[in-house]
Design a binder for this molecule. Structure first.
Ligand SMILES: C[S@@+](CC[C@H](N)C(=O)[O-])C[C@H]1O[C@@H](n2cnc3c(N)ncnc32)[C@H](O)[C@@H]1O
Length: 291
């Protein structure tokens, strides 16, 4: 540690003192955190060394839906610099999907699995979340930067938000950051040449895991609809598309960028029955004038 002195204008000093009282943290600690945030956000000068890990920073890294080359440059840089890369998994003795993407994109990188529960029991899920958050907090306390990998984007239907909330509740000084990832529906749109939304189209993204009815969303042909977590219900979704007159344009993708990938019309994919959990459906909006 090096000692630095700095002059602060009264206004800033007053706000800093108030923040220290409100959070129970020292003014020095708050200044250090603000500096780290500012330096981390600053663009690197040409030829400058790659940014170093920031102690106490917890980063959700979106790794895209499956193809290793859909990992962003920023995601790769973050994974390389982090002191620890964690992957949530329901089976700690198996390579999870996000981990497989990272292994291919950044060979040799060490990825640590964290037990996670997808149990229907709320209590079991909450207990697993708390354990995961406690493990993350311990690493942050030890001065590490921790990356948490997640399929697609880390702030949309992702484990990262739930863990981050618990980590920062238990450890308010945590610096939270997210590296956006390409989402499954974007990859499906590109694979199938589907225009998801035009200039003035409304776009709804929703899940259909537990029997939720999507008929209401399909009723308005000027609204494009993306359905996540509906793999098991693919035949039923195809039936709803037919009822709404949207069967000819609806597309589906299963295991995008992964072994066993299938993409095509919803009708085709649904003909072979339910698909896996990793399936996405797009119901594009009708072109303007036809809606
Ligand atoms: C927990 S959510 C993750 C969403 C992810 N955070 C995103 O931004 O795309 C899981 C759902 O995402 C979709 N998904 C994620 N990866 C996929 C893939 N490789 N192929 C098809 N669908 C995928 C599926 O609808 C799946 O049920």
């Amino acid at each position: 540690m090096h000692k630095s002195s700095l002059y602060l204008p009264d206004r800033l000093k007053g706000r800093l003192a108030a923040r220290a009282v409100a959070t129970g943290r020292s003014e020095a600690d708050l200044i250090r955190e603000a500096l780290e945030r500012a330096l981390a956000a600053a663009p690197a000068a040409p030829g400058a060394p790659p940014p170093a890990a920031v102690p106490g920073r917890f980063v959700g890294v979106g790794v895209g839906p499956g193809d290793a080359d859909l990992l962003t440059v920023r995601a790769v840089a973050c994974l390389r610099r982090a002191d620890r890369v964690l992957a949530p998994t329901t089976a700690v003795d198996a390579v999870g999907r996000a981990e497989a993407v990272v292994r291919e994109a950044v060979p040799g990188l060490r990825v640590e699995r964290v037990a996670f529960s997808m149990s229907p029991s709320l209590a079991a899920r909450e207990a697993a979340l708390r354990r995961a958050a406690a493990a993350v907090a311990a690493h942050l306390d030890a001065g590490e930067e921790v990356a948490w990998i997640t399929l697609g984007d880390p702030l949309t239907y992702s484990t990262f938000a739930s863990v981050a909330e618990r980590v920062s509740r238990a450890r308010p000084e945590t610096i939270l950051e997210a590296v956006p990832g390409i989402m499954a529906f974007q990859a499906l749109a590109a694979r199938t040449g589907t225009v998801v939304a035009g200039e003035r189209t409304r776009l709804t993204i929703r899940t259909a895991l537990d029997g939720e009815d999507v008929s209401g969303d399909l009723a308005d042909p000027s609204t494009a609809l993306v359905v996540y977590k509906g793999g098991r219900r693919l035949p039923e979704l195809a039936g709803r598309a037919a009822q709404a007159g949207r069967a000819d344009t609806a597309v589906a993708g299963e295991l995008l960028g992964m072994p066993g990938e299938r993409t095509g019309s919803l009708r085709e994919l649904a003909a072979s029955g339910p698909a896996s959990y990793l399936a996405t459906v797009i119901f594009p909006a009708a072109p303007a004038g036809e809606a």
